[in-house]
Design a binder for this molecule. Structure first.
Ligand code: UD1
Ligand code: UDP
Length: 366
């Protein structure tokens, strides 16, 4: 008998990282795969699912403008309760550390449904950074039956929390599966970028950076643009109003800043490939850019992804104005340091993570 497995996607990165798993499970005759979209993100989620040709079987349509963490969590739990009651799956899978994932883990616990956590074991050991994601993944980790850890260091984090070794499998990160799966597709950049300029690609959305820290990032970009007439900034702005409004207010009028709506996954990968360097507080971008040989300066105090920092291809710069200006300027001026960061390494995976996850599930539930 086929086993019923529900794969959950809520936000953009979850869709990108779950797509390879959904497609691999669908190719396996032993599983009946159901895709549940919480739609914690409405627009960004739909964008990504269409790239991978995935249509949700169940859609909770959760997103509300400028949603708070408490209302988001309550609405998720109430709706998941109904779905799990009705569907009674054999297994549920979710990826990462969003509020959707935390709510799914909790709902599975209440319904006694085995939960598999994809991208398990990432930790900063600081509940405020990133907020609320560190708490979300701790809760998911406490409740998971299977921990699909991307790297050895994420496995070590889980062991430190008392997770039995037998419940952890190192798979690599499915984001590299996703990236490699689109690598051969044509990816036209929709925007006219000046080929004579060095492109700085920017993304930002973390809650702990709202307000002053994010304003400092914008002022640092303006200072760098003033000092360097050969740079152009491409910044696909996250729709969160706390980010969107500040970005447009502070950067909207600069002739060498291209502010645009979030890019579809393929054009965004093209933008990463075209970039000279990337400034970002994104988790996924920290994983993808090293594989594309692009230096990333991370706009955060801490990272749960130490591997690329240890490789020397990603650097934490935080959100301090002076630090951002000096670190970017150094990379713009110092060719050998730049080349050392642009080596092209892939500490997060080999593109086979989804196959490993399916293999484990097959052994465990069939
Ligand atoms: C969420 C996740 C974060 C993840 C990020 C990926 C939580 C608490 N946060 O942050 O971990 O790194 O997604 O991007 O789980 N919005 C839209 N359309 C969209 C998406 C968002 O308009 O498609 C706007 C809405 O006003 C929404 C707001 O952004 O209320 C915030 O969305 P939310 O998912 O709560 O937080 P993010 O900052 O997107
Ligand atoms: N991304 C995208 N379009 C954009 C910006 C990012 O497709 O305009 C992709 C990016 O390649 C990565 C993922 O979205 O795979 C990262 O999502 P995000 O930064 O929103 O979340 P995080 O990874 O920080 O949770």
């Amino acid at each position: 008998m086929k086993k019923k497995i529900i794969c959950v996607v809520g936000t953009r990165p979850e869709a990108i990282k779950m797509a390879p798993v959904i497609l691999a499970l669908r190719n396996n005759p032993n599983f009946n795969v159901c895709v549940l979209a919480t739609a914690q993100h409405r627009d960004l989620l739909d964008q990504v699912l269409s790239v991978f040709d995935i249509k949700p079987d169940i859609d909770l349509n959760i997103m509300r403008p400028n949603q708070t963490l408490t209302t988001l969590t309550s609405r998720l739990l109430l709706k998941l309760d109904e779905v799990l009651q009705a569907e009674a799956p054999d297994v549920m899978l979710a990826q990462g550390d969003t509020t959707s994932v935390m709510a799914v883990a909790l709902a599975c616990f209440y319904h006694k449904i085995p939960f598999g956590h994809v991208e398990a074991g990432l930790r900063t050991w600081d509940l405020q950074n990133p907020f609320p994601e560190e708490m979300n993944r701790v809760i998911a980790g406490k409740l998971a039956r299977w921990h699909f850890a991307p790297t050895e260091s994420s496995r070590q984090n889980l062991l430190r929390e008392g997770v039995p070794d037998a419940d952890i499998v190192i798979t690599g990160n499915t984001v590299i599966d996703a990236l490699l799966s689109v690598a051969d597709r044509s990816m036209p950049l929709p925007l006219v970028l000046d080929p004579n300029m060095r492109l700085i690609l920017v993304t930002a959305h973390r809650r702990e950076n709202f307000g002053k820290p994010f304003e400092q990032v914008c002022y640092a970009l303006l200072k760098l643009l003033e000092r360097n007439l050969d740079i152009q900034v491409l910044y696909p702005v996250h729709p969160n109003p706390n980010v969107h409004d500040t970005a447009h207010r502070l950067l909207g009028n600069h002739p060498r800043v291209v502010l645009c709506a979030p890019l579809d996954y393929l054009p965004f990968v093209a933008a990463m490939k075209r970039a000279y360097l990337i400034l970002s507080d994104s988790g996924g971008v920290q994983e993808e850019a090293p594989a594309l040989g692009k230096p990333v300066l991370v706009l955060r105090q801490e990272t749960e992804r130490p591997e690329a920092v240890q490789e020397g291809v990603v650097k934490l710069v935080g959100t301090n104005f002076e630090t951002i200006v000096s670190e970017v300027q150094f990379l713009l001026d110092d060719e050998s340091t730049y080349q050392a960061m642009a080596r092209g390494v892939s500490p997060y995976g080999d593109g086979q993570a989804a196959a490993r996850i399916v293999h484990v599930l097959k052994q465990a539930v069939l």
